[in-house]
Design a binder for this molecule. Structure first.
Ligand code: AMP
Ligand code: ZN
Length: 406
């Protein structure tokens, strides 16, 4: 039997005539972290494969490389997806329904969206954001896409092509911003020139561009494809370091503030396995390979750790995240109101004279921004670090996105 593995792409020959469970066991792969595909069909742990079969084992983790046939819980047809956390399996149709129900529940439970809202979905070309866009359109929302070109070689070009053709196939509108064209730098150069790590500038640029594109395009809300695994891993990272201010801001919805559009994460109740299976079953082409620049970053290690816990106790991730949201989040809420003003260069909200993005951009391009800060700091104004932190609503641990300059 031929087995095709991804990230990195390779093929191995293994004995067939046994269950997927055993094949994955031999390869040391956790079944909750992969889709197993034969032709156009998804297989569960209990499915058998033959000697002549060719199967693909496709990882579902973003951020790096990493008995009898079951019956559908709802309709008893043969199942194609097993969700151990829900102690359930679903056929394709019931699974698609399950995913849409989880998204509706997220939207209603946190009052994320109004039917009349104009939504800007940030689409990276990956499974999560394309699945999200697909679901919002299916649910009848007015959702346009936003693709940000980061200039990461062939990876970005492929992501762009995929986002573009998704939009074209549905006659949907895709707003396109390109860092190099519109702001004069790309992520690989920024990582080398500025004082921030590559992932830090990339994260900062995304937050900045998403907000600016939403505000300037007249959108009410920005939706991103962050899923349960992303959110649980981020919460774990922030908790291990007791980054209480980041923990406090970790929420499936961040309400609009002066100069900031509302931000929502409607997939936070769904695991990566669920979003990957959804995209596959909907025939959505997505970029399977991961960003070549992240190479085994910390976020990935947290996801890995959570997957270990999850494999012995299904439901751990969901308990950790949902328990936080239901019971612990109020304990971290802070009142400190910062006063926001328009950045002197770009007009986006900031607590200092220039926003963190403009400061990073100037540093990368070797430009000077206004007068030295020493005088202002003596007057007790916020330091660059405080400014950048107040803008960082993505709540990523410093260790992942790097430190901000002092
Ligand atoms: P990441 O920061 O790669 O974990 O992605 C988190 C979310 O940000 C994705 O689900 C998308 O909604 C959005 N996103 C990431 N990269 C891009 C991009 N290049 N263009 C637009 N949206 C993106
Ligand atoms: Zn600015």
């Amino acid at each position: 039997m031929r087995v095709r593995l991804r990230n990195p792409d390779r093929e191995v020959e293994l004995a067939g005539g046994r269950k997927i469970h055993d094949v994955l066991g031999e390869l040391g792969i956790n079944p909750d972290t992969v889709l197993v595909i034969r032709e156009r069909e998804l297989l569960t742990r209990e499915d058998r494969v033959g000697e002549a079969d060719v199967i693909e084992i496709r990882p579902v983790i973003s951020g790096g490389s990493g008995g009898n046939r079951m019956k559908c819980r709802r309709c008893k047809a043969p199942a194609v997806v097993e969700l151990r956390r829900h102690n359930a399996a679903f056929c394709a149709d019931c699974f698609l329904r399950h995913v849409r129900e989880q998204v509706k529940r997220a939207i209603e439970g946190h009052e994320m969206l109004e039917p009349s809202d104009r939504i800007l979905v940030a689409v990276s070309g990956g499974k999560d954001s394309l699945a999200l866009w697909d679901i919002l359109l299916e649910l009848g929302y007015r959702a346009d896409g936003l693709y940000l070109g980061l200039g990461i070689g062939e990876y970005s070009e492929r992501s762009h092509r995929i986002a573009r053709s998704f939009a074209d196939e549905r006659d949907a509108r895709l707003v396109e911003v390109d860092l190099a064209r519109d702001y004069g730098f790309d992520v690989p150069t920024a990582g080398k020139k500025g004082s921030r790590s590559t992932c830090a500038v990339c994260g900062l640029s995304k937050r900045y561009v998403f907000n600016r594109a939403a505000r300037e395009g007249g959108y009410d809300v920005i939706a991103t494809g962050h899923n349960l695994d992303d959110e649980a891993a981020t919460l774990l990272g922030n908790t291990l370091r007791w980054q209480t201010d980041y923990i406090a801001r970790q929420s499936p919805v961040l309400p609009a503030e002066e100069g900031f559009a509302r931000k929502v994460k409607p997939l936070y109740r769904l695991s990566e396995l669920e979003t990957a299976a959804f995209a596959f079953l909907r025939g959505i082409e997505y970029v399977v390979e991961e960003c070549p620049l992240v190479g085994g970053n910390t976020q990935l290690r947290y996801k890995d750790a959570m997957n270990h816990l999850e494999s012995n106790s299904p439901g751990t991730k969901a308990q950790f995240l949902f328990g936080y949201l239901d019971r612990a989040a109020p304990l971290f809420a802070t009142q400190d109101e910062v006063e926001l003003v328009g950045c002197e260069r770009c007009g986006q909200p900031t607590t200092g004279r220039f926003c963190a993005f403009c400061r990073a951009q100037a540093q990368i391009l070797g430009e000077r921004l206004g007068a030295p800060r020493s005088e202002r700091d003596e007057r007790g104004e916020p330091s660059d670090r405080e400014t950048a932190e107040s803008l960082s609503d993505e709540v990523m641990p410093v260790e992942i996105y790097g430190t901000v300059p002092r």
